[in-house]
Design a protein around this ligand. Structure first.
Ligand code: SF4
Length: 382
């Protein structure tokens, strides 16, 4: 498949890995955080870690949208779904994230709440049109990649006069989270690891561009390489980071030039800026309260804001006491450090959010990392 197979070529991966091994200084350690769950998935699926020298250490980041959603927000969504006459729409993974008391949106559905899995917010708009006598709430989650479609849905609902459509907005912002990881005293208090450089998001950066990362690359002297989600993208980004660190540079470089520009997508950014504004603070699983790290619906579109219409009140709820998702999202622990990994907690019975989505570190490690220390990069098809 064009633009896929050529980025999964095992021979090329081995050549890049050999360059990493040759150029990495044996006297130091390179701790590189892959921010996105998509990168975590690629590293596990294609066995990239096994191809790296031991002093190049990959650290999972908090870039899995399902994983960073705190339990309290899932419980808010369950409360909304249980309102009489309400249809709550959301993406499939979100339905399986555990809340307290063994509940989830999926289980709430089994107990009678009308929760519908949708592929996009356009499906929720369609449902609102078909059920004018009921309240249709779209439970919106995700980073900058999924925010423009939600903004478009709100504008479309306004144009169609859909008074029964609202959005429970939980969209979060990548640069604020990276800055928080580097800066926050709370994160230091929770315990974190030193990070020498970042593999920057792929899809998020197609929207926001590479410019937003320039501030903290300069301010915190940490290099960033934006990379695609294929194994060669990730391997090449690792080599570029090793080179920057060897040369004492802290720049933003773009490996994913086939999709990312410095300024991103101006239409999408304008749409988002019209509909949403920053929240002063938002709780992330694993990072705690992060200032200006999420979006809320602007007053001009308040008629479509589920929080305003239904008086949603956020209450923090702790994770399951056995779950180490918070520490994993901060890069402090690995999935196998969790006592219930692969036994009590499996993709069929997730105890924490990191086991739900394929982008979650625990799910990726469960699917690809448990028994296969050897490299498994696929050969390109002829
Ligand atoms: S294995 Fe399950 S319980 Fe443990 S950290 Fe991962 S998601 Fe949480």
């Amino acid at each position: 498949m064009k633009y896929v197979d050529e980025f999964r070529d095992g021979d090329v991966a081995r050549v890049i890995a050999a360059n990493v091994a040759r150029e990495a200084d044996a006297r130091r350690t390179y701790r590189l955080m892959e921010f996105c769950g998509g990168h975590t998935h690629a590293i596990s699926r294609y066995g990239l870690k096994a191809m790296l020298p031991p002093n190049v250490v990959m650290v999972h980041g908090p870039g899995c949208p399902v994983c960073v959603l705190p339990v309290g927000r899932i419980e808010n969504a369950i409360e909304l779904a249980r309102r009489p006459g309400t249809i709550l729409c959301t993406y499939a993974d979100t339905m399986r994230v555990p809340a307290s008391g063994g509940l989830s949106l999926m289980k709430a559905k089994a107990r009678g709440a009308d929760v519908r899995m949708v592929y996009s917010c356009a499906d929720a708009i369609r449902l609102a049109g078909e059920h004018r006598g009921r309240e249709v709430v779209f439970f919106a989650i995700g980073f900058e990649t999924t925010t423009p479609p939600t903004a478009l849905a709100i504008r479309q609902a306004q144009a169609l006069g859909l008074r029964n459509f609202t959005v429970f907005c939980n969209h979060v912002l990548t640069p604020a989270a990276i800055t928080h990881i580097l800066e926050s005293p709370e994160v230091r208090e929770f315990g974190t690891v030193p990070i020498d450089g970042f593999i920057g998001p792929a899809h998020v950066s197609t929207v926001i561009g590479s410019r937003p990362y320039e501030y903290f690359a300069q301010e915190y002297r940490r290099p960033v390489v934006i990379a695609g989600f294929e194994p060669l993208d990730v391997m090449q980004a690792i080599l570029m980071l090793v080179r920057q660190l060897n040369e004492g540079r802290a720049e933003v470089e773009n490996e994913f030039t086939r999709a990312v520009t410095r300024d991103g997508n101006p239409k999408a950014k304008a749409l988002v800026a019209d509909v949403f504004e920053p929240r002063p603070t938002f709780e992330w699983r694993g990072l705690g309260e992060v200032p200006y790290s999420a979006l809320r619906i602007r007053p001009a579109y308040e008629a479509f804001d589920a929080e305003a219409r239904f008086g949603v009140v956020y209450r923090p709820v702790p994770d399951h006491k056995a779950c180490e998702c918070g520490a994993i999202l901060r890069g402090v622990k690995k999935p196998a450090d969790c006592k219930v990994f692969g036994t009590v907690c499996t993709p069929d019975n997730p105890i924490g959010a990191c086991m739900v989505s394929s982008e979650g570190a625990c799910a990726a490690h469960y699917a690809y990392g448990r028994f296969t220390p050897a490299p498994v990069v696929r050969e390109a098809t002829p």
